[in-house]
Write a protein that binds this ligand. Structure first.
Ligand SMILES: [Zn+2]
Length: 167
């Protein structure tokens, strides 16, 4: 896959401004996504953060593991819970380069995450904004705020470039 110019995380420190914090961690998730694209996976990356510390970073591994559930979010949840030795990710913020699907949104809500941040929408499977708004659904026993649009263009371009190359 052709290398794209990615936004840089503030390398030395996490910024103070909340928007810059989101950009900082999303820039890291975009790096995971680009790396997945280089491995021939759909370029989606995720970073799980708590108290501004990264608990897990992962990317899509469906092809490698021959597993349709090996989405970046699922792998990140497992890794972050293992890191904490806990079955919940309370207070964690999850940065996803693509809007989480139904499976992953369900898993994130089971994990009781504090907030979901995603870059670009997935009109074909997105369950946070596009096809459903599960994190805001009052029928569920856990809900969380969603922030969208952080580096949406970059994440979208990564996906477009990946699929254009496959055609
Ligand atoms: Zn998913």
């Amino acid at each position: 896959m052709e290398r794209m110019e990615l936004p840089r995380p503030s390398l030395l420190r996490v910024p103070d401004d909340p928007v810059e914090v989101d950009q900082h961690f999303m820039a890291m998730a975009l790096r995971e996504a680009a790396e997945a694209g280089e491995r021939g996976e759909v370029p989606v990356g995720v970073v799980v953060v708590r108290d501004q510390v990264i608990l897990a970073r992962s990317s899509n591994r469906c092809e490698e593991l021959a597993d349709p559930t090996a989405h970046a979010e699922m792998l990140a949840i497992t890794e972050a819970c293992a890191e904490l030795g806990e079955a919940r990710l309370s207070e964690a913020v999850v940065y996803c380069t693509l809007e989480p699907c139904f499976m992953c949104t369900g898993a994130l809500l089971h994990a009781r995450v504090a907030r979901i941040v995603f870059a670009t929408r997935d009109p074909k499977f997105g369950a946070c904004a596009s096809l459903a708004q599960l994190p805001a659904d009052r029928r569920l026993n856990h809900r969380c705020p969603v922030t969208e649009g952080i580096y949406a263009d970059v994440a979208g371009d990564l996906l477009k470039a990946f699929f254009a190359e496959r055609r």
